[in-house]
Write a protein that binds this ligand. Structure first.
Ligand code: SF4
Length: 289
């Protein structure tokens, strides 16, 4: 791997990268979230979202995601120097992200959870990062991934990995990168974290730009902060390449198989349920009526 040392970390000035919800067919940029959906969840779901651009149904999954997006957006505003009162920033993000997806019957409970998550996340950042070095939503691009491993031989040379890290502290004195991904959840899910592509891809990005990475998932669950350190060694990087190869093969062959055996294949957790499996199967609840 050729290293790019020092301050150019991420993307070159003036270079734009795609958003996670864009279609990678047009950009040849593979986001870790797209890779997770294609290989770790259900490739058909990826097709509905990124290729067919079907509208998503409202469900628990969408609501949980909107809570996380709002909390992340508050963190980013605060760390980017937004000097408005915290309550004003939180209200803005709540209205922007959560309100359109709110399905909690108990509005106050949802709001309490949001406030607790934001306060705990800010406390965590203040306690664990150097305020002069920490950056949020740090974008990166690793170009021409075909060069990185023989596992990617033969993929189109335009493919790159791209993403955005929740929190990163780059220390140019020691050339280390402390990377943290924040998860706002209703229950802890260490196994899901471990099987994600995030830690491997983000660590690869840090190494590509010349930094020694460390990575932690930090979950905020019902008022608790749960840290999970995960290894980011050679094995994790090789596994990332194998998964990326599979993901790119799906896209290049326009072949998106269903995966109806995962926990997420349900009305509650798949936003495309009613356009896919739900069209053919009666819900258990319905059968019991
Ligand atoms: S309903 Fe199941 S098979 Fe269909 S897209 Fe969703 S997760 Fe995949």
């Amino acid at each position: 791997m050729s290293l790019i040392l020092g301050k150019q970390f991420g993307v070159k000035p003036g270079v734009e990268i795609s958003a996670p919800f864009d279609s990678p067919i047009a950009t040849y940029e593979l986001h870790q979230s797209q890779l997770n959906t294609l290989v770790g969840m259900c490739a058909k779901r990826f097709e509905f979202e990124h290729i067919q651009h079907l509208p998503k149904g409202s469900n628990v999954s969408q609501y949980r995601m909107s809570q996380g997006l709002a909390a992340h957006a508050v963190m980013d505003s605060v760390l980017s120097g937004d000097r408005r009162p915290l309550g004003t920033i939180m209200n803005d993000k709540w209205d922007q992200f959560v309100m359109p997806n709110l399905i909690e019957v108990n509005y106050d409970k949802a709001l309490d959870e949001y406030e607790s998550n934001v306060q705990n996340a800010l406390h965590y950042i203040n306690s664990n990062f150097d305020p002069l070095l920490v950056e949020s939503e740090k974008r990166f691009r690793i170009p021409e991934i075909w060069q990185l491993s023989d596992k990617l031989n033969g993929v189109d040379e335009r493919w790159s990995f791209v993403g955005s890290m929740d929190l990163i502290e780059l220390d140019d004195a020691t050339m280390t990168a402390k990377i943290v991904d924040l998860k706002f959840r209703d229950r802890t899910n260490a196994a899901n974290n471990r099987s994600s592509s995030q830690h491997a891809m983000y660590a690869l990005a840090a190494a590509y730009y010349g930094y020694e990475p460390s990575f932690k998932y930090v979950e905020f669950v019902r008022g608790k902060i749960i840290e999970q350190c995960v290894p980011t060694g050679e094995g994790e990087t090789e596994w990332l390449f194998i998964k990326a190869r599979q993901a790119i093969d799906y896209i290049q062959n326009n072949n998106y198989p269903i995966n109806p055996s995962g926990w997420f294949c349900s009305r509650k957790y798949c936003s495309y349920w009613s356009q896919c499996r739900g069209k053919y199967e009666q819900d258990i609840e319905d059968e019991n009526v």
